[in-house]
Design a protein around this ligand. Structure first.
Ligand SMILES: Nc1ncnc2c1ncn2[C@@H]1O[C@H](COP(=O)(O)OP(=O)(O)O)[C@@H](O)[C@H]1O
Ligand SMILES: [Mg+2]
Length: 532
């Protein structure tokens, strides 16, 4: 929204300057509008933060969105008309002389619409005061002086040694569960607590590898589609993709592969609460030899109750010390935290708010990385977001904060990533091209557009919003993923901004301008403003 309004203001201003003659009569309204837009733009950051807690502000946002869209339309219209007039007049008359009926009609029409919009806009601007929105300022990402160089590598997994051993012991011990063909061990805990990580530790443990003949991993997520799960299982045994086969054929095929083998299957991130769906899958899996095991991770106790045959493992929170070390590794990089004793004191308070959730500690540390002012740290510590009930959305307050703390220029890039499928691997090159195509990044005085894209990926990685899947020899991210909670966050931002649709208005605006604009130079000045 902020970027969109910024573009509108710029467009209005450049129109007013360039086309004064053509606009006479409308210019003053346009100027008023530009001024109003600027006032509103100044409080958007505040509004964006508060919309999560405040329904009234959410509505205000939606109204603003609607009117911004109308302005966009008028500008569109105007641009089309302007180019038509210019075209007609090329070489003959100066624009100032153009005063025939057509122009009058056009001016009248655009003038009326402008007045209507102004009225609505005035109301929105007034409301801003009632809602108590303020214009706090934050610097732009590319202009802010930033520390460079030291990349923090993923820290090693902390504090899970005991739990891993315990689970390995249960899975490899057979005498207690001879009556079962397959046992299911659920790991339960809130999002970001480290369920997947613990399951990965177990999965790659030496004793486990030696004990099981076959190990398979499926990331299940919200969509518990039995056919898809069976297909993924078959494909990971056969290591090639298979076409679209009927369910009963797939079932038979999987049973052939599993029959008589002692297998371990991890069903990661299960949400399904329907026992029948689980029975459908379970009946197919019941053909392994004794001792075959399924480990499932889930946020929901109910899921564990439906699936579990072994006792549920309730994942413990990390200790405050462990969270502190995750947090401080990110917040201070390789610098000694001791250089900033004042920040350490505040940081320890912030870490308490992470509730032992490593993802929260990492995300908070990540965005304080380049901040060294005490008040910046304090504002995180005292942020209103901590008062929200946990279950209102699935998004951790820490993650929401790390979005809100993103420089404006990066927010659009981040939210855009909601278009990727959840859990998918995203190639850096691809996302940079998409950002470019959607006008979310562009070159500036010192950097080519690809380098800007590169910097954005690096920054989002530093802030723990992207997780590296593959790096090049210099440690630069080549392929990354978003944690499922982070994906939820991106999607919620998208939806809040665009009222449930995924259309990108600033893109629309630019595309419209590209086609109808009176001059290509206007378009390019546009682009440069969006990116810098
Ligand atoms: N014990 C740990 N030590 C360090 N980092 C961890 C630990 N557990 C999880 N993480 C990190 O926290 C994030 C969330 O972990 P994940 O296992 O995906 O959580 P969940 O599956 O419970 O949502 C990941 O980035 C992971 O690398
Ligand atoms: Mg997980």
């Amino acid at each position: 929204m902020e970027a969109f309004v910024a573009i509108l203001v710029d467009t209005l201003n450049s129109m007013i300057q360039k086309e004064r003659g053509l606009l006479c009569g409308v210019a003053t309204d346009m100027e008023k509008l530009a001024r109003l837009l600027s006032t509103i733009k100044a409080v958007l950051e505040d509004a964006e933060q508060k919309q999560f807690t405040d329904k009234a502000i959410q509505l205000w946002f939606q109204e603003l969105n609607g009117v911004a869209y109308e302005i966009d339309d008028v500008l569109d219209d105007y641009a089309a008309e302007a180019s038509r007039i210019k075209y007609k007049n090329s070489g003959c008359f100066s624009l100032m002389c153009y005063s025939v009926a057509g122009n009058l009609v056009f001016r009248h029409r655009i003038g009326t619409r402008m007045k209507e919009i102004l009225e609505k806009f005035n109301a929105i601007a007034d409301e801003r005061i009632k809602l108590g929105l303020s214009d706090q300022k934050r610097g732009s990402y590319f202009n802010a002086s930033r520390e460079t160089g030291s990349t923090v590598n993923e820290p090693e997994v902390l504090g899970r040694e005991e739990e891993k051993k315990q689970i390995v012991r249960i899975l490899t011990k057979e005498k207690d569960r001879v009556d079962q063909n397959v046992s299911v061990l659920p790991i339960v805990g809130v999002g970001g607590l480290g369920k997947t990580t613990l399951a990965q530790l177990v999965f790659s443990d030496k004793c486990i590898t030696e004990h099981f003949e076959l190990k398979l991993w499926v990331w299940v997520s919200e969509d518990f589609d039995v056919k898809r799960i069976i297909k993924v299982l078959i494909e990971s045994v056969e290591k090639t993709s298979i076409g679209d086969l009927a369910l009963n054929i797939l079932q038979g095929k999987l049973q052939e592969l599993l029959r008589g083998k002692r297998y371990l299957i991890v069903l990661d991130d299960v949400w399904n609460e329907n026992p029948e769906e689980w029975e459908k899958l379970k009946s197919v899996l019941e053909c392994g030899s004794k001792g075959s095991s399924i480990v499932t991770t889930t946020r929901m106790e109910k899921v564990a109750t439906i699936m579990g045959t072994l006792e549920t493992h309730r994942l413990s929170s990390l200790s405050e010390n462990e969270c502190w070390s995750l947090f401080s590794q990110r917040a201070f990089g390789r610098q000694e935290a001791e250089e900033y004793p004042n920040l350490v004191v505040i940081g320890k308070e912030i870490v308490k708010k992470c509730g032992g959730v490593p993802l929260a500690a990492k995300a908070l540390g990540g965005f304080l990385r380049f901040k060294r002012e005490e008040n910046e740290w304090n504002s995180v510590k005292c942020s209103e977001i901590w008062n929200l009930p946990e279950d209102e959305t699935r998004i951790l307050p820490a993650l929401r904060l790390s979005y809100l703390n993103l420089p404006v220029d990066l927010r659009g890039c981040f939210a855009y990533c909601a278009v990727f499928r959840k859990g998918s691997k995203i190639e850096k090159e691809e996302v940079i091209h998409l950002w470019m195509a959607n006008g979310l990044i562009s070159s500036n005085e010192t950097m080519e557009v690809e380098d800007v894209g590169d910097a954005v990926v690096t920054e989002l990685h530093h802030r723990s919003l992207f997780q590296a899947v593959e790096k090049d020899e210099f440690g630069h991210v080549l392929i990354f993923k978003m944690h499922d909670l982070v994906h939820d966050l991106a999607r919620s931002v998208m939806e809040a901004k665009h009222g449930g649709t995924e259309s990108n208005r600033s893109t629309r605006l630019m595309v419209a301008f590209h086609i109808t604009s009176a001059g290509i130079d206007q378009f390019s000045s546009f682009l440069s403003k969006c990116g810098s």
